[in-house]
Write a protein that binds this ligand. Structure first.
Ligand code: ADP
Length: 888
């Protein structure tokens, strides 16, 4: 198992055990195996054990060798001991016993046979004994220690006559103890072994003498040499620890332990070679292992039957180099083999594991694949849209929803041409022509298409397609088909509902327009006629009442206007003008009226426009003034004492010709409770229901004001403290008009009316108005101004009158029976095309909706006047048109 990202180079990095590396190269086992910790431990243990075994071999072999050699050695020692016991000790003891009990020696010692013949017999016997025993000398001493018979000792010499009465071998033997001792012979200059034994006068008799056999140590030497092999050394120790004889000449007469001075003297006295010979041995025998001449020897000591005498053997133990070498090599080889086997087994196991894991992995992958397939099948089955896989035009897979949508069983669909979903061959071809390329390029999304079900019904569907591998469509395309019948139905219903709503809204607008018309017409009449009556010189009392009527009518008109404005705002039909205007003069126009009100209440009205506020702005001055007037009027209304201030300032520049102005109206009035501060902006809402009684009002002003401010791009805010006053303020962006803009407008106006509104006019006017009051009012007004008026009450009559008579201008009401103003104008204009003439037509309408103006102009009218007719406005317009007509 190669670890990812691990390279051979990394494996061979320095620092890895050389042993492991060599094992690796030796065995060819993949190095990552050695990354297995358990395996590393095992290999390390094997290496350690091999090393320990090799060390045991190296160091233990010497010990083993010693044990093996020791067996050899003890056998050699035993043999030597046996030979010395058998052929020396016992042999000479037996010989001594025989000689001591022989009649010749006994009698000789007793002096009874000390005759020549007796001496000869004794001599012969001793000579025979000497020869038989291969002794150096055999001799007999009497009880006084004098040698009474001796075998020859050296050429022609005997010891006869000599006295050894003070010698231990004599004294000890005479006392009854068999003596064995090594004594240095002055004759041979060699140490000899003395065997001596008492001679009794008879069985159980007195000691009468001593028999002595002296044997050369050579005989022992020969045993030693015959017994030992080349690795063995041997030495014979006396009870004093003196080496009597040894396999190595240089060891002879050396001492193996320290001798006391007394003992040394004794030995010297006994003619031992003296201190120069009794040197210590080069090693101590009490050690089990001695080192001599660069060689190791093991020591074996055994006693022989001569009391205090010992045979010592030294066994040289050579180091078993060859054996050690072979064994060590074998051990290393075995260790290596073991390590190799372990690695092989491990690799085998690892490979098996790898195979096992591989199989498991394959199984897992297969299980995952099956799981994914099942998931996909479930997703397909659960899908709320129909899904089909189309390959080479044939349906290969279809989900349950698809069978539900199209009404086919899966068997009926699979393998069939996808064309089966289309109403006909031609439809299918058309579809392919339209969308195949799009599909090949990328994907098709939500195409609405009519598909045919099994039962023949055609249903609206959305089709989405995605090629498995664009642009190779042969790999298949997944179609997602959604039955949108219900959606279509819902859409249709919704569309219907929308149409109904639009119609309802239109009906509402028409209703409002009608209402406003209906309300304004009589109001028009009331105000107009009151005006005429006031002009016709009434008595002071009548004037007072007439003025009351006019004020009441004015108030009512305001309410009607408010309701109308509100309806417009609600219907989203309030449209703002974009026209250049003088802010300050616009204010002057409205403030004058308010100032009158203020003074009547004893209040101060201050209007302050900062110098930085540009004078000419572009916007809707009427609507702006409407908001300001409403706020100031409210201030005046709800302030019992003190002042009302209107302050306009420039907040900041928004661009090169864009400013943000802040409008503020503050009063020192009754203020508004915190809980009411939002409510009062709602329609028909007042801070206190008692206000209606106390101050009057509809509760619409602020609601309309806020909406107008919002339409203009601002927000109407309020700060107030109850009992102290209120502050209404809003900021609005305005485009600053260039002087040219206004000049253009003014010059346009000037071209229409070079002389300004005329006081009196001359001309013929056709008035089309069905309302009696309005018609009367208009006729009075026009005739007052010096004009001739022809009055008709329907559009049809108007057209007829125009055809038959000459007029300078037509004043056309819009809502009339039989034919309305629009239609009448349209007909007039149609006919004018032939003649190329153009009669000015001024619409008069109580339809105060903004789009009325557009409709009027569209229908071919030249100007537009809202009822109630304002005298100067009407005359001004008429003046322009009549003058223009004359110019023509
Ligand atoms: P109206 O004034 O016709 O009632 P508005 O919408 O203009 O309707 O005002 C709504 C109500 O807000 C008023 O009835 C009054 O209670 C309160 N309000 C408006 N302006 C002021 C003001 N300056 N001081 C105190 N209350 C005011």
């Amino acid at each position: 198992m190669q670890h990812p990202g691990q390279t051979k180079k990394e494996i061979r990095q320095p620092g890895k055990s050389r042993l492991l590396r060599s094992l690796h190269s030796f065995s060819g086992i993949s190095a990552p195996l050695l990354h297995d910790r358990a395996l590393r431990m095992r290999i390390a243990t094997i290496s350690l054990l091999t090393l320990l075994a090799a060390l045991a071999i190296i160091f233990g072999s010497a010990r083993v060798a010693r044990m093996i050699y020791h067996t050899d050695q003890t056998m050699a020692t035993h043999r030597l001991v046996f030979e010395i016991n058998e052929f020396i000790a016992r042999h000479f003891d037996r010989a001594l016993a025989y000689l001591a009990t022989s009649p010749q020696i006994r009698s000789a010692c007793m002096g009874s046979s000390r005759t020549a013949a007796g001496n000869r017999d004794l001599f012969n016997m001793l000579v025979t004994a000497q020869g038989t025993l291969d002794a150096s000398v055999v001799y007999v001493l009497d009880a006084s220690g004098t040698v009474i018979g001796s075998s020859p000792y050296g050429p022609g010499r005997t010891l006869t006559g000599r006295n050894y009465r003070s010698r231990p071998f004599f004294l000890q033997a005479l006392a009854g103890q068999t003596y064995h001792g090594a004594i240095f012979s002055t004759i041979t200059d060699e140490p000899e072994i003395y065997f001596s034994r008492q001679v009794l006068s008879g069985k159980g008799g007195d000691p009468v003498g001593v028999v002595v056999i002296r044997v050369s140590l050579d005989s022992i030497n020969s045993f030693i040499h015959n017994t030992l092999n080349k690795n063995q050394e041997a030495l014979l120790l006396s009870p004093d620890g003196i080496v009597l004889t040894a396999s190595r000449e240089e060891w002879r007469f050396r001492t193996t332990r320290l001798l006391t001075d007394r003992r040394k003297n004794e030995l010297v006295k006994n003619r031992w070679p003296g201190e120069q010979i009794l040197k210590p041995m080069p090693f101590l025998l009490k050690d089990r292992l001695v080192h001599y001449n660069g060689k190791d020897y093991i020591v074996d000591i055994q006693a022989v039957e001569l009391p205090g005498w010992h045979i010592v053997t030294l066994q040289r133990v050579p180091y078993p180099f060859t054996v050690v070498l072979i064994l060590t090599l074998l051990t290393i080889l075995a260790g290596g083999m073991f390590a190799f086997t372990t690695l092989s087994v491990h690799r085998e196991l690892a490979l098996t594991e790898e195979v096992r894991l591989g199989r498991a992995e394959r199984k897992r992958a297969e299980a995952a694949r099956l799981g994914t397939l099942r998931e996909l099948e479930t997703i397909l089955a659960a899908s709320l849209v129909g899904i089909v896989l189309v390959r080479d035009g044939l349906i290969t897979t279809a989900n349950e929803r698809m069978t539900a949508i199209m009404g086919y069983t899966p068997e009926e669909m699979i393998g069939k041409n996808v064309q089966m979903f289309f109403p006909g061959k031609e439809e299918f071809r058309k579809f392919v022509r339209m969308y195949a390329r799009q599909l090949a390029q990328r994907e098709l999304e939500h195409i609405e298409y009519q598909l045919q079900k099994k039962d023949g019904t055609v249903i609206p569907c959305t089709l989405s397609g995605k090629a498995i591998a664009a642009p190779d469509l042969s790999q298949g395309v997944v179609w997602v088909i959604e039955d949108i019948t219900e959606r279509k139905q819902a859409e249709n219903e919704l569309e219907q509902a929308r149409r109904q709503a639009v119609a309802a809204s239109r009906a509402k607008s028409v209703f409002l327009a009608n209402m406003s018309h209906e309300l304004r017409t009589p109001m028009n009449g009331i105000i107009g006629i009151t005006g005429f009556m006031l002009d016709s010189g009434p008595t002071p009392d009548q004037r007072k009442r007439l003025e009351l009527i006019r004020t009441s009518a004015g108030l009512l008109m305001r309410i009607i206007n408010d309701i109308l404005d509100f309806s417009k705002v609600e219907a989203g039909r309030l449209e703002l003008e974009e026209t250049p205007f003088f802010l300050r003069s616009a204010l002057d126009g409205v403030v004058a009226n308010l100032d009158v009100q203020a003074r009547q209440k004893g209040l101060t009205l201050t209007v302050h426009v900062d110098g930085q506020v540009p004078d000419i702005l572009i916007g809707d001055p009427a609507r702006l003034m409407q908001v300001i007037v409403n706020l100031v009027a409210n201030g005046l209304k709800f302030t019992p004492a003190g002042e009302v201030v209107l302050h306009i300032s420039r907040l900041k520049d928004l661009g090169p010709d864009q400013v943000l102005l802040i409008f503020e109206v503050r009063d020192t009035g009754i203020g508004i409770a915190p809980a009411k501060r939002e409510i009062i902006f709602e329609a028909f809402a007042q801070a206190d229901s008692s206000h209606t009684r106390q101050y009057g009002g509809t509760g619409l002003g602020l609601s309309i004001g806020r909406r107008i401010v919002r339409l203009m791009g601002g927000e109407l805010h309020l700060d107030s403290e109850q009992g102290k006053g209120s502050r209404f303020w809003f900021s609005l962006p305005f485009t600053v008009a260039r002087q040219d803009d206004l000049l253009e407008q003014e010059s346009a106006a000037a071209s229409w009316c070079p002389g300004g509104p005329p006081d009196s006019l001359a001309g013929r006017i056709l008035l089309a108005e069905d309302e009696f009051i309005n018609a009367t009012l208009a006729v009075t007004l026009l005739e007052d101004a010096g004009l001739t008026v022809k009055s008709v009450t329907t559009g049809k009559e108007a057209v007829k009158a125009w055809q038959e008579e000459e007029f300078d201008c037509i004043l056309m009401d819009i809502q009339m029976p039989e034919m309305d103003g629009y239609e009448a104008v349209r007909r007039i204009r149609e006919q004018e095309i032939k003649t190329g003439a153009h009669i000015p037509v001024i619409a008069m309408t109580a339809y105060a909706m903004d789009d009325d103006r557009g409709r009027c102009l569209e229908a071919g009218m030249d100007a537009y006047l809202a009822k109630p007719i304002n005298r100067s406005e009407l005359l001004d317009l008429l003046g322009r048109f009549i003058a223009a007509g004359r110019d023509d």
